[in-house]
Structures are given as C-alpha cells and as structure tokens.
Design a protein around this ligand. Structure first.
Ligand code: HSE
Length: 379
C-alpha cells in the first residue's frame, strides 16, 4: 500500500521510519513546510500532488492542530483516499462530517493514535463492541498531566518544574495549556464515548476541569486522606442517558489508577459479558504513537474500509444524573459550599455527594472571585 505522510515532526518522522521498514507499506510522499533531501520518499510542500496521484491509497495526517489538518483530511477523503490520523482535535470536532464522508466515499478513516497514543485502545474497544455493550469508559488519557501530578506526589516537585520537564521530554502539546486545562483529555473522552456508546456527543457539553490550580497543599490534603490525585475522564451510558466529564480525581492509594506513573496512560471499559478491560501504556511519544499509526496502516492494507462507528445517535450530555463527593480548595466564601460540606480538611473541604453538573457550575461561579479554586472528585 502506498502512503503519503502529512507532517514531518516527532510522530511524522517516527511513522516514516517505521513504515519504511514494514512489509507491504511504501511511503511515497512526505508533505512538510520545507523540503527534505535525505529521505527515500518524495518530499513535497503542496497537498495537490498527493491528491492527484491515484497510486496513493492512504493519507496519514500527522500535522496536528485544526488547520490545515482538517481541510487536508477532508480533501483526501473526497479524493477517495483512506485517511489515518492521530489528530484528536479534528476528529472530536468534526466527527459527524468526517465519519459520513468516509462512509460516502467507502474509504477508511482510522484514528487509533488520537486516543492513548501507543495504546491500541480504540481497536480493542471496537473488537469488544462486536459482541458486548459497553456502559462505562474511564481513565487517565493525558501523559503530561500524569507526569506533573506524579512528580508532585513522589518528588515534591512544583507544578512549574514538572511541566517544564514534561515539555523537555517532548510529550506536552505545543501549547501545554490544552494538556493542563484538560482539553486534550476532553477530546479523547469525546471520541471514546462516541465509539463506545454509538453516539455523537458535542465536546463543548463535557464538564472539564484541569490541573492548572493544583497546589502542594491540595496534594498534601489528598495524601493525608489516603488518596492520589489523577486527571481522569469518565463517560457513562445509563439506559441511553450519556454523562461525560473530565476532572482531577482523588483515587484510593490502592487503586490501579494510583499506580500509573510518569507519562503512562490507563484506560478502561466496563462491558456486558467481559466485565472490565483495562489498557495501559505510553500515551505519547514518537515511537509509541508511530507504532499505533503504522498498525492502522496495516489494518487498512489488510482491507479495513470504515470509520470506528458509522451509525451514531446525536445526544446531549447529562451530568445532573451522576454524583460523588468533591474536595474543594478555595479562598472564596460560599453558602452552597458550606451547606454541602461533609468535613473540613487541612487546606480544603470535602463535600457530600453532589452532581457533577452542579459542582462544575458552582466551580465556574466561584472562579469569578477565586481564579485559583481547585476541585477534585473523590471516590
Ligand atoms: N500531550 C498529549 C499527552 C500527547 O501529554 O498525553 C498525546 O496525545
């Protein structure tokens, strides 16, 4: 199968390297802003050349960001080419349109590396769905935030120092605010929920709280009560009602999620018949991500001709039907917080179970007076 790689950064180079050594795959083009002389593929700067070459079966988009990646993916599908991408922003935002386009053109649209990097999460989810109904998805989907929280817990690192190190190691996004504010996780759980439940969610309806305001004091409170703080995303299908949210979460020290170190990810489903299935591994990085992208290439070369779900039910997210306790650290005085306080910790308070929707609504309200409010779900 002849492929064209769009983007020649960290992952693009990794895919070029791996695919060039994989049987039945030929990298015919590499598209980048600048020309590359030292590669066996033809180096181009204009997508037209790739789209007009009928011998190119598959376009592999690894540019990242929304544009021009989105328009390139769309043009490739319209030109009748299979598309493989690791782009969670484009896929989560344009899910319905691109899925419909791949169906209309009878070509593959595979985005396994968009969720979990080196973890073959979506392919395994897809296999499970052939037999069983999945009713819950949860996990740690972001390596950068896990690295930061792990370093704060284990080495007493400051947030800033840990973030700097995550950037140096190359797994933070170009703009790391999408990691620390939970947007990267939001995109990944949106895609996972769509696939798991056969629905179409609007990512903007997901309640999202990141780790920007996590402090050494909050980490201390967390540890003193037997917990470890993780940025987690959860999605639930309760008799057709869909809840999806992203928030820092205090998990018990004995939980399997507590043991997820450094930039590892861990994602699980709960399904009929099979119960819980969990998948762990590197959620980012050149070769782990390239491994998953090349895996998609092999699947497409072997005849996979579809997107992850072709029949989806548009839904509104309802987070008023899920409730749990919350840890809140804020300097703001708030009556609702007082009314719902179960116990007072050294630096914050533990709330009685409140709905996810209400907690995120109140946190947004309190943030107007205390921009550093920190909330975490407690289980
Ligand atoms: N910035 C992402 C992470 C990269 O840290 O997990 C993989 O999507």
């Amino acid at each position: 199968m002849n492929i064209a790689i769009l983007g020649f950064g960290t992952v693009g180079y990794g895919v070029y390297d791996m695919a060039s050594h994989t049987e039945n795959l030929t990298v015919k083009y590499v598209l980048d802003l600048k020309k590359h002389e030292d590669i066996t593929a033809k180096s181009v700067t204009d997508i037209k050349e790739i789209l007009e070459d009928s011998s190119v079966d598959t376009v592999v988009e690894l540019i990242g960001g929304e544009n021009p990646a989105y328009s390139f993916i769309k043009s490739a599908l319209l030109a009748g080419k299979n598309v493989i991408t690791a782009n969670k922003l484009v896929i989560s935002k344009h899910y319905e349109e691109l899925t419909a386009l791949s169906k209309q053109q009878n070509v593959a649209l595979r985005y396994t590396a968009a969720v979990g990097g080196g973890i073959p999460w979506l392919v395994n989810l897809e296999r499970t769905l052939r037999i069983s109904r999945v009713h819950r998805v949860r996990g740690i989907f972001n390596g950068t935030t896990n690295y930061i929280l792990d370093a704060m817990h284990k080495d007493g690192e400051t947030f800033e120092a840990a973030l700097k190190e995550a950037q140096r190691l190359g797994f933070a996004e170009a703009d790391p605010s999408s990691d620390i504010d939970g947007l990267d996780t939001q995109r990944k759980i949106a895609i996972s929920a769509n696939v798991a439940f056969g629905v179409l969610v609007n990512p903007d309806e997901i309640n999202v709280s990141g780790i920007r305001s996590v402090s050494a004091e909050a980490v201390k409170d967390c540890e003193e009560h037997g917990y470890v703080c993780k940025l987690m995303a959860k999605a639930r299908n309760k008799n057709g009602a869909i809840s999806v949210w992203v928030e820092p979460t205090f998990v018990k020290k004995t939980s399997s999620y507590a043991a997820v170190a450094q930039n590892y990810n861990r994602i699980s489903y709960d399904a009929d018949h099979v119960g819980r299935g969990s998948f762990s591994g590197f959620g980012a990085g050149r070769y782990p991500t390239a491994y998953t992208v090349v895996g998609d290439c092999i699947d497409v070369a072997n005849g996979v001709k579809k997107a992850y779900n072709s029949n989806m039910r548009p839904v509104h997210i309802d987070n008023s039907i899920v409730a749990h306790r919350y840890y809140v650290k804020t300097t703001a005085e708030n009556d609702w917080l007082k009314e719902n306080t179960e116990s007072v910790w050294r630096h914050g308070v533990l709330l009685k179970p409140v709905s996810v929707g209400k907690m995120h609504e109140m946190a947004a309200e309190i943030q107007k007076t205390d921009p550093n409010i920190f909330i975490a779900g407690v289980y």
